[in-house]
Write a protein that binds this ligand. Sequence first.
Ligand code: NAD
Ligand code: MG
Length: 384
Amino acid sequence: MKQQICILGATGSIGTQALEVIEQHPDRYEVYALTANNRWEMLAEQARKYRPAAVIIANEEHYEALSKTLEDVPEVKVYAGKKALNEIVASSEIHMVLTAMVGYSGLEPTIHAIKARKKICLANKETLVVAGELIVKLAQEYHVPILPVDSEHSAIFQSLVGEGDNEIEKILLTCSGGPFRLFSYEQLKAVTAADALKHPTWDMGAKITIDSASLMNKGFEVIEAKWLFGVPAEKIQVLVHPQSIVHSAVQFADGGIKAQLGVPDMRLPIQYAFSFPERLYLNGDRLDPFAKPLEFFEPDVEKFKCLAMAYEAISKGGNMPCIVNAANEIVNEGFRKGNCSFLGMGEIIEKTMQRVAFDAYPDYDVYVQTDAEARKVARELMLR
Ligand code: NAD
Ligand code: MG
């Protein structure tokens, strides 16, 4: 039987690469539902090509235009809005949900998908940054597997295959270092969004590309790893590895280290999340082991304050990572629009952390309130 897949964020970098994977394996996978936020024209094109049962445009303003365009393909139902997203993931026909939308918006539909017992292929790391504890508990309660799509976490997951109850001594989480790895503090003062959007090794959506330049992305990935693999942050070491070949590694009690290597290609972790425990053919480049030497460096948390803020949020716990995520979404967008400097991002996040009420034991409603409050505070600080 073919696996029916719902892609949340189908028009993005991960979403479109997931569609490529599905297209390569028509005997195994079928698209059941596709969603997007604003890019309704592209969503309409995808609907024509893949003929899903449903498409959902999160931003209701585009409903008219989308449904009109798709009038001649009546088998594709068109819906709009957040409620429709939450409902579609629970459709009985769906086997897996790929969460590939950006930011906090991933949390609610992921909760609905878990409650409907759908296998989660998780690209939207912000879901675990905001509410990791809640999501992990819910997944256990509903016996739902969460398969990582993030390349580092997929590498860790792949390294753990066959290890049973063997304890993880340490996770080695690799990081490209981003485009400003060798910049001085003085140089960082003047960098622009256009500079930051030129990532050296990966081609990704705008938000995560900025997070990669500020190293906030790596901080988020430490939080993501903590929840996915049940390992405390102290046992997760970030290694700057500019070649992006070693995608991450796990060290065990005997000192042995297992890693997953390959050329940077997100289709591999996407496909592995779909096909685990099987490995399927992937028509990508193969690693040339002679091409470049592999290097590893310590990250500089003085220069990259966002990474330091993420560590602080982890050690505080509670709703602090949620505060950091919300503030980061504001400054990340602000930086892209020229309303915030590169170094200003870390400063505003730090101040937001000090100003929003801390809650050591948040429930879902607390996360919702925290997110709204932290956005408001960060926005005020930024536009001052
Ligand atoms: P992107 O910006 O390219 O695409 C985002 C997708 O989400 C689009 O389809 C957009 O329409 C949709 N979307 C955005 N806001 C939404 C909202 N409020 N409600 C509903 N849908 C919304 O982003 P991306 O690079 O594909 O990243 C997606 C997620 O995957 C992020 O959480 C990112 O951190 C994670 N991720 C991406 C990569 C990568 O290589 N791109 C790697 C690892 C993890
Ligand atoms: Mg990653």
